[in-house]
Design a protein around this ligand. Structure first.
Ligand code: THG
Length: 614
């Protein structure tokens, strides 16, 4: 039989997330935990031929399957279980399931997309069985980490050199693929999930999105480990992020560990683990390769050598969980365990509560930064030039507008393509995908701006960094507000909240403060939104319009800013500064003078961000 098989699941017997988390947290407080070594290296040593990969069930399969290591969960289960057992007995507290490529997305290479769920169930079951065998031998509890690999397609990079905006896969397709994989892993008895060898952070953000949805559906949240890959000596991920930028992008998953694996040996990985160890307020997990590949594609670091390097990590306090990737074997794991066992595990540092955003590089709004310049020019409603370029489809020149702003000191850029004559959702996606291919622009975090939440959501599905959403509000009621805020959080973004409710935009001091206070309470208490990720916009309106009621608008904003900063801890204040001088359009010197005076007072009152002409 070659079709996907029906699988019986006894859900009551599956691990419970809360119990696993408590047990792991306690163990990790006592010692450095040990992860297993490479599965691929061990499989290679078995020298299995095409017939062995196929087994009886796939003997007539229409494609070659040698090299499809995950298929061995079905065709050579005893061999896979035996490898897991070897690692457990070598000292691993935790092994990774043999499911690195078990999504419909990757399995399509073999025409085996229909097997994805089954591969994961069986992969997790084999590791579970090995954990039981190990327990029967020595009475020690072992854990099963459901391994989710990086995929063979990427959501944030183009595979077509002639078309930098092209994408071979969408965020939604990745969510679907990982969701099926996660359900399989959990049904097979995985204790936790491990996103590993991450080359594209956006793929993993889709994976996190899928995991959260499944945890909610199943009513049980498993610990999640996240392990990126620094591809080479550039010190960046394949998709171009620095380690800290990567951490900021995935921190919303509240991962049990963050760390790195693969690509580099321990020596070359050291500085990057050190960086994560300093910034991450969660456990650190490192599992490097046994050195860099030699000319035959093999790995040369001996167990003793690798163990000595990793001992240095432990001595310097970088480690909570350690293991090996390509080239490592049970002997390596035994030596690593022995080497790190004399050291205390890393203590999770207290990190200050700052707004932390990222593009390819991190942006941290520390107390040393008085004001964040958000570039206003990549907005079709705010720049005639940008509107003309976008409507004409001249994205190359439109990208220059973005680049100019970054060069002129914009620390974030606001992107808005809300134009009545355009399909703004489509344009947002096209523009962001092109922008992602420009490292000198994409290094800064993005503010995704639209009055339509569908456009914002489409934008969030294109950015690997931690973005700012501009904006949400209570103008369509509290329920809609909570719903959009939850979604923003699932995508890992921070949020601008406009002082706007069902009665309209707040124009007085009292209304501004009242609406922002209510929104703050809802976000922090109902949604669990981190207060430092909330940016209030108490509405900058045009002054000196000749209309009597507009006279107090500037002061109302400034005084509301002062009160909000004093009463709503860690929240920020932003606003569209150029709105102020709308009645002087065309008269740049007057506008600039007005903005300077306004900002002078508003910044003193606590305005710490602004959409400005950079
Ligand atoms: N709050 C939030 N988001 C916002 C605003 C806000 N987004 C849009 C806007 N307001 C902020 N952005 C701009 C951008 C440009 C101008 C004003 C606000 C502007 N442009 C010139 C003009 O129209 O005269 C430039 C004209 C041109 O070059 O064509 O003034 O308040 N959250």
């Amino acid at each position: 039989m070659t079709e996907a098989q029906h699988i019986e699941i006894d859900r009551n017997s599956l691990p419970k997330g809360e119990e696993v988390r408590a047990a792991l947290t306690q163990a990790a407080a006592e010692r450095i935990l040990i992860l297993d070594g490479a599965m691929g290296t061990m499989i290679q040593q078995l020298k299995l031929d095409e017939a062995a990969y196929r087994g009886e069930r796939f003997k007539d399969w229409h494609k070659d399957v040698r090299g499809n290591n995950d298929l061995l969960n079905l065709t050579q289960p005893d061999a896979i279980r035996a490898i897991h057992l070897q690692y457990y007995l070598a000292g691993a507290d935790m092994v990774e399931t043999n499911t690195f490529s078990s999504t419909d997305i990757v399995m399509a290479d073999y025409g085996m997309q229909a097997l994805a769920y089954e591969l994961n169930v069986e992969g997790a079951r084999l590791a579970r069985e090995a954990a039981q065998q190990a327990f029967d031998i020595d009475g020690r509890r072992r854990f099963v980490a459901g391994a989710l690999g990086p995929l063979n397609k990427t959501a944030s990079m183009s595979t077509d050199v002639n078309s930098p905006g092209h994408r071979a896969i969408t965020f939604d397709e990745i969510v679907k693929g990982y969701a099926e994989q996660i359900n399989g892993l959990i049904d097979g008895g995985a204790d936790l999930l491990l996103f590993e060898t991450i080359t594209d952070t956006l793929n993993t953000k889709a994976g996190i999105f899928a995991a959260q949805r499944i945890f909610e559906e199943r009513g049980d949240e498993l610990p999640v480990m996240i392990s990126g890959t620094i591809t080479d000596l550039s010190g960046r991920t394949l998709s171009g992020q620095t380690p800290t930028a990567f951490w900021y992008s995935v921190r919303h998953a509240k991962p049990f560990t963050i760390g790195l694996n693969c690509a580099l040996g321990a020596n070359a990985m050291r500085a990057h683990i050190n960086e994560l160890s300093d910034v991450a307020d969660t456990l650190i997990c490192a599992y490097p390769n046994a050195g860099l590949p030699n000319e035959f594609g093999g790995y040369d670091e001996t167990p003793e050598f690798m163990a000595r390097q990793l001992e240095g990590f432990a001595r310097d306090g970088f480690l909570n969980i350690v293991g090996g990737c390509c080239g490592s074997t049970p002997d390596h794991i035994r030596a690593i365990k022995e080497a790190v066992s004399k050291y205390k595990p890393r203590k999770i540092p207290e990190v200050p509560t700052f707004l932390r955003l990222s593009g390819l590089e991190p942006f941290t709004l520390t107390g040393d930064i008085p004001f964040v310049n958000i570039g206003e020019r990549t907005n079709v409603t705010g720049s005639a030039r940008f509107r003309k370029l976008i409507t004409a489809g001249d994205y190359t020149a439109a990208l220059e507008v973005a680049r100019d702003q970054v060069q002129n000191g914009a620390q974030v850029i606001d992107i808005n393509v809300d134009e009545g004559l355009l399909d703004s959702q489509k344009v947002m996606v096209e523009f962001l995908n092109l922008l992602a291919a420009e490292p000198d622009i994409a290094r800064v975090p993005l503010m995704i701006d639209s009055s339509k939440f569908e456009v914002i959501e489409a934008g969030l599905k294109c950015v690997q960094g931690k973005a700012l959403v501009n904006s949400i509000s209570m103008k369509e009621g509290v329920e809609k507000f909570l719903e959009t805020a939850r979604l923003v959080r699932s995508y890992g973004a921070a949020v601008v909240v406009m002082a706007f409710d069902e009665q309209g935009q707040a124009d007085t001091y009292e209304r501004k403060v009242e609406i922002c206070s209510k929104a703050y309470k809802l976000l922090t208490e109902e949604v669990g939104f981190p207060p430092e990720d909330i940016v209030f916009d108490p509405n900058i309106f045009a002054v000196a319009t000749g209309i009597e009621e507009h006279v107090g608008y500037g002061i109302a904003f400034i005084e509301a800013t002062r009160t909000i900063r004093q009463t709503l801890p860690h929240a920020h204040i932003s606003g569209g500064v150029s709105n102020l001088s709308f009645s002087f359009r065309g008269n740049e010197p007057v506008r600039e003078a007005m903005h300077s005076v306004f900002l002078y007072h508003a910044i003193q009152a606590g305005m710490d961000m602004g959409i400005v002409n950079a």
